[in-house]
Design a protein around this ligand. Structure first.
Ligand SMILES: *Cc1c(COP(=O)(O)O)cnc(C)c1O
Length: 350
């Protein structure tokens, strides 16, 4: 705290990202990065961009990448908004699209950035409890609200909800924007992007950080009705006209031109996820059904905190949230087969 701080900054409660320790040979299963790495075509495209053109500003609207994403998802370019990671897209939509007359709704157990953006933009948030089996009940989202946001699959639970349930929420809220945060959709779910032409109140966000293995490049996007995209553009152009640099624009485009790499890496994560789930169940864990690149699991006898600490002493990091309802759970990112083997051996020794 300092006398130089604005009153707003004094009140802020920032997000705490998973740690990025600088320890070699760490088995790092705490931030849901993709273990397989980006396509070599992405690396080549970024290297090809390393030239004198870096003295020039990038395309402020990222037209080429927006066209690529529009073609990929069978929408129009004016339905696509780009951001410096999907976190930036989320920040802008909290400002651009959520109303202040009622609280916005999100699950009680979900991405913890949502309440942080509420604090930043002075939007009231209301946490709606998940069911006892950690599922979203669409009926709970029919109450008056200023907007709705949830990830599908949800984080950190990994639980996925079919599009028919999302349609129930959309139909119950025709006057409010419903945001589906699809950071993990490519690991077995079906995207709600196919609903955007039916529902002008639907905005879907995705990221290249997880399934496309580009967390370090910082690219995310939203797809929805052109009116929603225009609102996001108004905020973006009042904040930073050039959120994506030349390297990010080139690398992201190339990521969508290597479908084979993408498919193989998702398949690898999914098959390892099933293997890890079975091993954990064999060790006495309850594992929630996951369609993400992580599993959320609690041991029937051992404490989540002790297990996380015990793994850490062996150079294996997973995420533990010291929060109500989930303090016995661990969120474990699916790693390479070797990392997952190390994880299982680590648990066996505890
Ligand atoms: C990882 C994640 C994001 C943010 O991803 P970016 O790296 O900022 O694109 C957004 N939502 C959820 C639920 C996530 O887990």
């Amino acid at each position: 705290m300092s006398k130089f701080w604005s009153p707003q900054v004094k009140e802020l409660v920032p997000y705490v990202p998973g740690e990025q320790p600088k320890i070699p040979n760490l088995v790092k299963l705490n931030t849901n990065e993709n273990p397989y790495g980006p396509s070599p075509k992405v690396i080549a495209a970024i290297q090809a961009e390393l030239n004198d053109s870096l003295r020039l500003y990038p395309d402020p609207e990222g037209d080429t990448l927006r066209q690529t994403l529009a073609d990929y998802h069978s929408v129009k370019p004016e339905q696509v908004f780009l951001g410096n990671g999907s976190d930036e897209v989320l920040a802008h939509l909290f400002y651009a699209l959520f109303q202040h007359d009622q609280p916005i709704l999100y699950p009680d157990i979900t991405y913890s950035f949502y309440p942080v953006y509420c604090g930043l933009y002075n939007v009231e948030g209301k946490a709606v409890p998940l069911t006892d089996s950690f599922e979203i009940n669409p009926e709970d989202y029919t109450q008056p609200n200023g907007g709705i946001i949830f990830p599908n699959p949800n984080a950190p639970t990994g639980r996925y909800m079919g599009l028919e349930y999302i349609e129930t929420i959309l139909q119950a809220n025709p006057e409010r924007v419903v945001v589906v945060d699809e950071a993990y959709i490519d690991f077995g779910g079906e995207t709600a992007i196919k609903l955007v032409d039916l529902y002008p109140n639907l905005l879907v966000t995705q990221t290249l950080s997880k399934a496309r293995s580009l967390a370090g490049l910082r690219v995310g996007f939203a797809i929805g009705h052109p009116d929603l995209i225009e609102a996001l553009n108004r905020v973006k152009n009042s904040f930073n006209s050039y959120p994506l640099d030349r390297l990010a624009l080139a690398g992201a485009k190339a990521a969508y031109e290597d479908e084979e790499w993408f498919r193989k890496s998702c398949e690898g994560v999914i098959s390892e996820r099933e293997r890890v789930t079975q091993s954990l169940e064999g060790l006495g864990f309850e594992v929630l059904p996951s369609k993400a690149n992580f599993v959320f699991a609690r041991h029937t006898e051992k404490s989540g905190e002790d297990l996380a600490q015990g793994l850490r002493e062996q150079g294996i990091i997973v995420r533990h949230f010291n929060k109500p309802r989930i303090s016995e759970f661990l969120r474990i990112t699916i790693g390479t087969a070797e990392q997952n083997d190390a994880l299982i051996r680590g648990f066996q020794s505890l």
